[in-house]
Ligand binder design. Structure first.
Ligand SMILES: NC(=O)c1ccc[n+]([C@@H]2O[C@H](COP(=O)([O-])OP(=O)(O)OC[C@H]3O[C@@H](n4cnc5c(N)ncnc54)[C@H](OP(=O)(O)O)[C@@H]3O)[C@@H](O)[C@H]2O)c1
Length: 286
């Protein structure tokens, strides 16, 4: 029977590539985006390749919007097999110089959006006694980085949320839980983050400025020295998502590249895929 998949944030990048790849591989794809006027590129690929993709509106920070998209899927298919929490947004700014509105926004999009989408699909997956929830986090969900503390904090929160779920919903209801942890991906992500964060072309001011300039110079140097190894394409990350979806026993944590693996090694070497910690928690608490 054809498996269906709901993917958030499919207007660009990893979400866009995943929608196409999953459909090419035989899944029924519900490609969701907050602004369907950005669907033109996806519509063209769907038409050109006659793909089994339906585009739905879904704003991850609004539970009504999530509920409405999920209801549509349930009405059509009577089930939901896979949720991919992909929507997210970068943010690079000091905590001191971020507004309350910005702090709420970066947390809403990256963390609460994942929680709300998961909350809405869980009752259907529990009743089905099957399902899979995959969240795209980041190496920033494991390692805090300068000027990215608010983004990293939100991605750490997603990691903790998913880890907690993995300790009981998999065994009880056959709902598989995984976090995908990419390093850099060449998508719209940086452009969107810059547009969102910069004030008059500046990301940091005052005593933070020289530290920020050192950070940016280091970033540029690393990127120019090793572009291929640091940055993956959206399609490469989509291919990792597909492998996880096809895996009967997917791990909790998956870095998507050697660069990402090396970057997180100090945090992950004791338990690279998260299985040991999940088993330890299960045996001590359940
Ligand atoms: N690019 C990187 O370097 C990188 C590295 C590690 C992890 N990641 C993670 O990878 C995932 C995909 O990012 P990407 O690289 O493909 O970036 P992207 O091209 O900027 O795509 C992000 C997607 O999320 C959507 N989105 C943002 N806010 C939303 C909201 N409130 N409701 C619904 N959709 C929303 C965007 O929609 P709009 O087009 O409407 O803005 C877009 O479709 C994200 O979770 C990101 O945090 C990215």
């Amino acid at each position: 029977m054809t498996k269906n998949v709901l993917i958030t944030g499919t207007s660009t990048g990893v979400g866009f590539e995943s929608a196409i790849l999953f459909a090419q591989k035989g899944y029924k794809v519900y490609a969701t985006m907050r602004n369907p006027s950005k669907a033109e590129g996806l519509r063209k690929r769907i038409a050109d390749e006659k793909l089994n993709v339906e585009i739905l509106e879904l704003e991850v920070t609004e539970t009504k919007s999530i509920q409405s998209a999920v209801n549509t899927i349930i009405e059509k298919d009577g089930k939901i097999d896979i949720l991919i929490n992909n929507a997210g947004a970068g943010f690079a700014k000091t905590t001191e110089q971020s507004t309350e509105e910005e702090i709420r926004w970066v947390t809403d999009v990256n963390y609460l959006g994942t929680v709300f989408c998961t909350q809405v699909v869980l009752p259907f997956m529990r009743k089905q006694k099957s399902g899979q929830i995959i969240s795209v986090t980041s190496v920033g969900g494991l390692v805090g980085q300068p000027f990215n503390e608010l983004y990293c904090g939100a991605k750490f929160a997603v990691e903790g949320f998913m880890e907690g779920l993995a300790t009981y919903v998999t065994d009880a209801f056959n709902i598989k839980i995984s976090c995908i942890e990419p390093g850099g991906i060449a998508t719209e992500f940086m452009k969107s983050a810059i547009a969102k964060t910069a004030v008059d072309g500046q990301f940091a001011t005052g005593e933070y400025l020289p530290i920020f300039e050192r950070y940016m110079a280091g970033n540029q140097k690393r990127a120019s020295e090793s572009k291929e190894t640091v940055y993956q394409t959206g399609l490469e990350v989509a291919e990792v998502l597909l492998k996880v979806a096809q895996n009967e026993n997917p791990p909790l944590r998956i870095r998507t590249s050697k660069w990402a693996e090396d970057f997180c090694a100090l945090k992950t070497q004791a338990d690279p895929d998260g299985s040991k910690i999940v088993n330890q928690i299960k045996s001590s608490f359940l």
